[in-house]
Design a protein. Structure first.
Length: 183
């Protein structure tokens, strides 16, 4: 009788442990998804701002067709991105295109003095800061999630229920290297 009670207590303990691990994994996954949602909101705001920037620059630099095509192409790639990795790649492509757009804008003093363009540029700078903060939060949530699904004994539950490693939202290669400065 005592052996049966001990066995039942052991089974109940294992079930309780498995349920608590599963619930923790769900909580970590939801935090990761919430963090991605925060990035997505900021990226959508930037996505919506880009056509206004392009139109402002187009009025002054209508012969810079290649720059405008790159920005349009990057926006299109974002619309078609399916996974986090594809989205990161297309967002990095848009960042590069925007840098080129602003480099072109530097050649037009009248454009740089245009208040509408200046406001759009300030909005974009603010959005880039928000994206950076959201990206940092997401990467932290993804790190915690990845640790929770990879550590023993939770890995046993994670594998059984198909939890997969989360991708990080990493900066583009050109953002990782310091610019070369020479005097």
């Amino acid at each position: 009788m005592i052996v049966l009670l001990v066995l039942l207590a052991l089974i109940a303990g294992v079930v309780f442990w498995a349920v608590s691990v599963y619930n923790r994994l769900i909580r970590m996954q939801n935090l990761k998804n919430e963090a991605w949602s925060g990035i997505d909101v900021q990226l959508k705001r930037r996505f919506d701002l880009v056509p206004n920037l392009v139109e402002a620059v187009k009025g002054y630099a209508s012969h810079e067709k290649e720059v405008f095509e790159k920005v349009t192409e990057a926006r299109s790639a974002i619309s078609h991105a399916q996974s986090v990795g594809e989205r990161v790649e297309s967002e990095n492509m848009l960042s590069g295109a925007l840098k080129t757009l602003f480099a072109v804008a530097e050649n037009y003093p009248e454009l740089k003095a245009n208040t509408n363009f200046m406001q759009l540029q300030e909005q974009l700078a603010s959005l880039e800061n928000d994206i950076q903060m959201s990206r940092r939060y997401y990467n932290g949530a993804a790190r915690d999630y990845n640790i929770s699904i990879a550590t023993f004994p939770a890995v046993l539950i994670a594998q059984k229920f198909g939890y997969e490693k989360a991708d990080y939202f990493e900066a583009a290669e050109e953002e990782k290297t310091a610019p070369k400065v020479s005097f």
